[in-house]
Write a protein that binds this ligand. Structure first.
Ligand code: SAH
Length: 213
């Protein structure tokens, strides 16, 4: 579990690259500059951890590409102490970014192996999300709702109704929508019944699965 000056140098380069791709939110860039992404990957990929790429993390899943993590985090407009629900904990890297930005993070993962692995890793790195749970993200976490914002980190064929219902008025839901290719979509809740929709181009995610193993 080493983080060296070499890793820090590679992180600085990654941050420069993300700025060049249009990421401007300082708290997002600072978090990415601090988090040892190489420790969220299997050691065989550790040398490539600061490339702007997705990598396998086991259970057929991937850690999202840093640009995607930065783009989604920026769309959330995180303020300190915001209560954020994440669907798809995976490696915990996106969770860590939101924690370092000062959010109270609640995260759900449906692969037990990843849920267990990440529940051990994050505290080891001194990162403490409010709540990690094993279960189906389509249902959200009704007992902890409402949330200031919700981020879905897998490709969703539809917008889960439960997630819309668990968003505060004024809250933001960031969700990649679509089957093979996803359109990054932001919904802002205007009132009890109305949501404003914005779309931000194509991304590629593993699927958000429902009732499947
Ligand atoms: N945020 C993660 C991204 C992992 S990929 C990271 O940075 O590493 C997406 C994750 O969503 C996978 O771990 C997958 O198992 C999980 N997932 C897919 N469908 C889900 C569902 N219905 N509920 C919760 N998690 C789900």
């Amino acid at each position: 579990m080493k983080d060296t000056a070499k890793h820090q140098g590679l992180r600085n380069q990654l941050v420069t690259l993300l700025k060049g791709k249009g990421i401007t939110d300082k708290s997002v860039l600072e978090a990415i500059n601090k988090i040892p992404r190489h420790l969220f990957l299997n050691s065989s990929f550790a040398d490539y951890a600061y490339q702007d790429k997705a990598f396998p993390i086991g259970a057929g899943q991937t850690i999202s590409q840093p640009y995607t993590v930065a783009f989604q985090s920026q769309l959330l407009e995180v303020k300190k102490d915001h209560k954020i629900l994440e669907i798809g904990t995976g490696s915990g890297y996106q969770t860590a970014v939101l924690c370092l930005m000062g959010a109270k993070v609640y995260s759900i993962e449906r692969q037990n192996e990843l849920f267990k692995q990440t529940s051990i890793l994050l505290p080891k790195l001194g990162i403490r999300p409010k709540h990690l749970s094993f279960g189906d993200g389509y249902k959200g976490l009704p007992n902890h709702a409402p949330f200031d914002s919700i981020i879905v980190t897998a490709g969703a064929p539809i917008i889960p109704q439960a997630l819309m219902a668990q968003l505060k008025i004024g809250g933001r839901l960031v969700i990649p929508l679509g089957e093979d290719i996803q359109i990054m979509t932001l919904l802002i809740r205007k009132n009890e019944t109305q949501f404003e929709k914005h779309e931000f181009g194509d991304f590629k995610f593993v699927p958000l699965l429902e009732n499947k193993n």
